[in-house]
Write a protein of this length. Structure first.
Length: 51
């Protein structure tokens, strides 16, 4: 499980999540259901990118 350190970075990977970019916005997706969770102008920490 990923843990926040409070120092601006995360230790470990976030499991069960992936992200992709559409028109400058990064969207996080649940790997099991495929639902889009949220969007952000910057990449999410510790989440793998979809190809």
């Amino acid at each position: 499980m990923a843990k926040n350190t409070g120092k601006g970075h995360r230790v470990g990977a976030v499991k069960g999540r992936s992200e992709f970019k559409v028109k400058g916005t990064w969207f996080k997706r649940d790997s099991k259901t495929g639902r889009i969770l949220n969007g952000s102008p910057r990449q999410h920490k510790g989440v793998r990118n979809e190809k």
